[in-house]
Design a protein. Structure first.
Length: 136
């Protein structure tokens, strides 16, 4: 029985490791890991040419909530005329964004498309705690 249990354990580890990927590729229909985040952020962007036939989105993400945030990831999506996603990319915002503050970002390497969309994919809240900060 011990050999069988060891074999099953090894197989689970091997299969799990084989399914793991170092980078997350979001589903075309999912635009955030943080439902309701659209209430706390405003995002604007401009589209400009990038290398080759790709485009770069750049702009500001504004934190409209009173608490700071850190480790902010944005999802940039290129959409065709019907609204279908033809390309997407996750990009980190550099640094923390204070409450009611904003930060500049760039999302390079998106395909040329009719429309674009940028959403907050994920973030951590920074809360003050006894004069210091705690990331939640």
């Amino acid at each position: 029985m011990t050999r069988r249990r060891a074999f099953i354990t090894v197989m689970v580890v091997v299969l799990t490791a084989g399914c793991a990927t170092p980078e997350i590729t979001p589903s075309a229909t999912v635009t955030t890991l943080m439902p309701g985040s659209e209430r706390f952020f405003r995002i604007n962007w401009e589209v400009s040419p990038d290398r080759g036939d790709t485009r770069r989105l750049s702009g500001y993400v504004e934190n409209t909530y009173g608490e700071g945030v850190d480790r902010v990831q944005l999802l940039g999506q290129a959409l065709d005329t019907s609204g279908a996603v033809v390309g997407q990319r996750l990009q980190w915002v550099i640094g923390a964004i204070p409450g009611f503050g904003r930060a500049y970002y760039e999302i390079p390497g998106l395909p040329a498309a009719e429309h674009y969309r940028v959403t907050v994919w994920a973030y951590d809240r920074i809360q003050s705690h006894n004069g210091g900060f705690v990331i939640r």
